[in-house]
Design a protein around this ligand. Sequence first.
Ligand code: NAD
Ligand code: DAU
Length: 351
Amino acid sequence: MNRKILISGGAGFIGSHVVRLFVNKYPNYQIHNLDKLTYAGNLKNITDIEKAPNYHFHKIDLVDAAAVNQLFTAHQFDAVIHLAAESHVDRSISNPLEFVMTNVVGTVNLLNAAKDCWKGNMEGKRFYHVSTDEVYGSLHDGGFFYEDTPYDPQSPYSASKASSDHFVRAYHNTYKIPVVISNCSNNYGPNQFPEKLIPLFINNIRNNKPLPVYGKGENVRDWLYVVDHARAIDDVFHKGKNGETYNIGGFNEWTNIDLIKVICKTADRLLGRAEGESEKLITYVTDRAGHDLRYAIDANKIMKELGWEPSLQFEEGIEKTINWYIENQLWMDEVTSGDYAKYYDTMYAER
Ligand code: NAD
Ligand code: DAU
């Protein structure tokens, strides 16, 4: 089947892996990547597919409703896979309004454009909203997040993502837009901006800089290799039922401090350093405000109903990831030039 798909945020971390998968796997689909190219958007993430005949790029800010409508009208997309967002919790604590604008207003702009374009003919259309497990809040007494776990967002970032999820469901209920939503756990892998734990720590290890562990390092996250998330998005997009939600996760929980020790040990080996050298860089710093204690996804629904499962064991994934950052020092140098030093100083100087 020929399809014209709009993927938002395709120059970002997860979006770039999704765009690559769709462009390569579905040559009969036209893939249109809409991205504002914020600090987190980087066209160098997708140079391998930029010349593919079924790939198109549009530099657009989702907050600009007129530009979004114009693009939709010009191309009459059959489907949307919406990943564009402000995605870093610490930045949402410093600047919540930016998150409201992109994550809430931007999502509503995209929904409105789809609604107007698809009015009277929703057949075969799909609006796929990519969301996060953080909308469910923080687990304190064991258990997992299920698809019907009540929303309880705790940070400005997760509140903005929860709000966007609610708008997507409201448009399904009110305007009958065919929607599907997935909520995924923490991703790791190549091309992640070094504001997030894993690439930031790999970069600091490389540069013999302190590794800033928030609080006591006891918070728990459930890590999934980014390509496995992209594969899950492919499955949800093609096989997910309209109006449904799918939780995506790796059943792979780590306390931050245990994860950091694995990263240090693996990096020492790959960099030819003496074992224990990188661990000496661990520095406990002031905790993140309102820091969620634990996230853990029950991914049984997508596994049973859509046949998805993670392809990589964590040990293999983390080694691949550290190797990628070591081999792609130029990528890291480029993304840490410019405003990065200013960001780092502001975010970490007072901790
Ligand atoms: P990212 O920050 O790496 O990339 C976001 C992309 O969106 C960038 O390319 C950026 O330029 C673009 N963007 C930002 N504001 C925009 C705007 N106003 N208009 C158009 N484009 C804009 O994010 P990511 O980590 O790849 O996350 C992608 C999506 O997946 C987000 O919706 C996020 O909430 C969700 N998610 C992320 C994770 C994770 O661990 N990273 C886990 C679950 C869900
Ligand atoms: O759960 C999915 C979410 O995972 C996504 O929706 C978000 O977009 C993504 O950023 C991620 O959120 P986290 O806050 O969990 O990721 P982050 O990499 O920022 O932090 C992971 C853990 O490490 C968290 O407990 C905070 C801690 N941390 C983070 C940084 C950046 C530190 O201890 N030190 C640090 O310097």
